[in-house]
Ligand binder design. Structure first.
Ligand code: ATP
Ligand code: MG
Length: 271
């Protein structure tokens, strides 16, 4: 969707330097370095278990690195200096318990709860306006009062993205936001993310197994497996059959369908 390059001059939003993370005795990330600048829309891909979610959790400050540094807006992750500036849409965020009855607006409101307003139980006029803006940005104003249990997969994904936007986050991390979303809603979600980047100055990292979607929407791809196997412009991603070979996957078809290969990546990665 974008013709823009990553732009070496933009404000540095994320800086990861020589990051290594061990979880339960397993080396999950080893010596990862990556810089992301304002306005970038980066696709993070790799097989199951390659450490995509681990990297996101380290950026959020929920996992501490054994080695290396992570700086978000120039500060330690989760420091007071970047409070509310990072939005997270967790993997499986739409799998809400089905005995929870809240409206779309209430779900989005949850994103703006923080220490300042939690104790007092009410939201300032400014925060209420932010919630309405977030609803509008994700295109759900008309169904703000509908119970979330009645939403389609695509609408629910929009709602959880809206929740991440309600705090006015500048940097949005989405972990598999396209799972369970049909083709039409997927396209409209990708358009929404593109709009957030280009018209609202947001910086986005999207983890996805859907290579077709990642290739369509992002302008930069980071391919993670062990270390970073590729980090560069989306259009420069090595020939997908080479990528499949890298994974030890047989070339599926001469027409080389992106979807088939991405499905293979998922299946083989899950072994
Ligand atoms: N306590 C733990 N919690 C989660 N994962 C752990 C833990 N300890 C070790 N791991 C390992 O960390 C590795 C990376 O997991 P992670 O969830 O980051 O991968 P991923 O790339 O997000 O995978 P997926 O595509 O399935 O979401 C996996 O091999 C997992 O087994
Ligand atoms: Mg994951």
């Amino acid at each position: 969707m974008s013709e823009e390059s990553s732009g070496e001059t933009g404000e540095l939003i994320l800086s990861v330097r020589n990051l290594s993370i061990t979880r339960s005795g397993e080396d999950v990330l080893e010596d990862i370095s990556i810089d992301i600048r304002r306005g970038e829309f980066v696709g993070l891909v790799g097989p199951n278990g390659s450490g995509k979610t681990t990297l996101i959790l380290a950026i959020l400050g929920l996992l501490k690195p054994q080695k290396g540094d992570v700086l978000v807006f120039g500060h330690e992750p989760a420091s007071r200096k970047n409070l509310g500036m990072v939005g997270w849409v967790p993997q499986a965020a739409t799998q809400l318990p089905n005995n929870i009855h809240i409206t779309v607006r209430e779900l989005i409101k949850l994103g703006s709860l923080n220490q300042d307003n939690y104790l007092w139980g009410f939201l300032s006029q400014e925060k209420m306006e932010r919630i309405e803006t977030a609803l509008e940005m994700v295109g759900l104003t008309d169904i703000g009062d509908v119970d979330v249990s009645r939403l389609s997969g695509g609408q629910l994904q929009r709602a959880v993205i809206g929740r991440a936007l309600a705090s006015e986050s500048e940097f949005i991390l989405l972990d598999e936001p396209l799972v369970g979303v049909d083709r039409a809603s997927r396209n409209s979600l990708l358009k929404l993310l593109d709009d957030l980047c280009h018209n609202h100055g947001k910086t986005i990292v999207m983890v996805s197994h859907d290579l077709a979607a990642v290739t369509q929407a992002t302008h930069r791809i980071v391919y993670l497996e062990g270390g970073i196997q590729y980090d560069g412009p989306t259009e420069g991603l090595p020939d997908l059959s080479a990528l499949a070979n890298l994974r030890g996957i047989e070339n599926v078809h001469s027409e080389n369908s992106l979807l088939k290969i991405s499905r293979n990546l998922v299946e083989k990665g899950g072994e």
